[in-house]
Design a protein around this ligand. Structure first.
Ligand code: AMP
Ligand code: MG
Length: 334
């Protein structure tokens, strides 16, 4: 009798130890912090394969940048097309082009990934200044997504001077590639942030802050309760400068070549797809609240607009947002 009790206790202890070890392995964490795509990238991963995935996440972003999307890396796909006017794409890259052309079309050209030469004239990355208006209209005349023809795996520019720039969607694409990697590994949950785009991976509910457009990078106006999605924010505060008492930022109106000036300070879009959350946050910023909301609705995404009068407008699931700064108002659209 006594022997049986000891045996049972032993079994229970072994099972508990096994569970603790298993749980410990399942909750193993790893992280990666690095600079790529002209921004800071952080990945915090929990799960058996966390260490391997943290390494893979870094490789994914770095090689997507230098081999495919970068406009400055000499051998990237985008550089090749910009230089030669055409190029062959693998299936995955052709898919990115196809989805982005669709966003260009559905946004009526508000989103346009051919503004590279126009963007360059503003020199946001180096010494930003208002460009010469002649040069600006010249560069603008060579832009326009309609000049990009995708046919099967071949991409061609009808105007050789059009300059591809995936700056408004590349970070989201990186999140999609990391997400596919995490799905193929033993990972419980993860938070990966590439500049203004964040992947929340797993069943857990995460809290994501929306930055105060008037504050510094650590100040927030609202928090979102979300899971299993990507959250991207396009904010005028990301890259801006002042000249002649006026502020200029990096999100450009494809019709004028000048920064969008519609009273919005930031737009946040939530989507299962990183490419869409990133591209749509830029598109909705350019379109403004009414047209931007219609576009977000068409894609089934939630969009949060913040304007210069501290109004916050939500299109979609308003249940996920809690305003944490009393000087901002959650405002109904009329
Ligand atoms: P994001 O921060 O995702 O809104 O992307 C802004 C970046 O996208 C800029 O720095 C430019 O490189 C590029 N860009 C600016 N205006 C547009 C636009 N209207 N459509 C597409 N890309 C743009
Ligand atoms: Mg974007």
């Amino acid at each position: 009798m006594k022997k049986t009790a000891v045996f049972a206790a032993l079994i229970a202890a072994v099972a508990l130890a096994g569970f603790l070890i298993y749980d410990g392995v399942a909750n193993k964490t790893a992280s990666a912090d690095f600079f790529a795509m002209n921004t800071y990238v952080t990945a915090d991963i929990t799960g058996k394969d966390s260490a391997k995935c943290a390494e893979e996440a870094q490789k994914i972003v770095e090689s997507l940048d230098t081999a495919v999307l970068s406009r400055t890396a000499e051998n990237s796909v985008i550089s090749h097309i910009n230089l030669n006017g055409a190029g062959e794409l693998d299936e995955k890259t052709a898919g990115y082009f196809s989805k982005l052309i669709e966003v260009c079309e559905k946004s009526g050209g508000a989103f346009d990934f051919t503004l590279g030469s126009v963007s360059d004239l503003w020199s946001f990355g180096s010494s930003p200044a208002v460009p010469d208006s002649e040069k600006l209209s010249q560069a603008l005349s060579h832009s326009g997504y309609e000049k990009i023809i995708l046919s099967g795996g071949r991409i061609e520019k009808s105007d050789k001077e059009a300059t591809l720039d995936f700056g408004a969607a590349g970070k989201g694409i990186a999140l999609d590639e990391i997400k596919a990697c995490l799905e193929s590994r033993r990972v419980k949950n993860a938070v990966v942030s590439v500049g203004g785009s964040v992947l929340l991976f797993g069943k857990k509910e995460f809290t994501v802050g929306i930055r105060d457009p008037f504050g510094n990078s650590g100040s927030y106006v609202a928090k979102l309760g979300v899971s299993d999605c990507c959250v991207s924010t396009s904010g005028c505060y990301e890259q801006q400068f002042e000249q002649g008492g006026k502020k200029y930022h990096h999100i450009l109106d494809p019709e004028t070549g000048y920064p969008v000036d519609n009273g919005l300070l930031s737009v946040t879009v939530i989507s299962k797809s990183g490419l869409l959350s990133d591209a749509l946050s830029t598109a909705c910023f350019v379109l403004g609240i009414e047209k931007g909301s219609a576009l977000a609705r068409e894609y089934g995404c939630t969009a949060i607009f913040i304007d210069e009068d501290k109004n916050i407008y939500v299109e979609g699931d308003s249940g996920i947002i809690e305003i944490t700064d009393g000087s901002y108002n959650l405002t109904e659209r009329t």
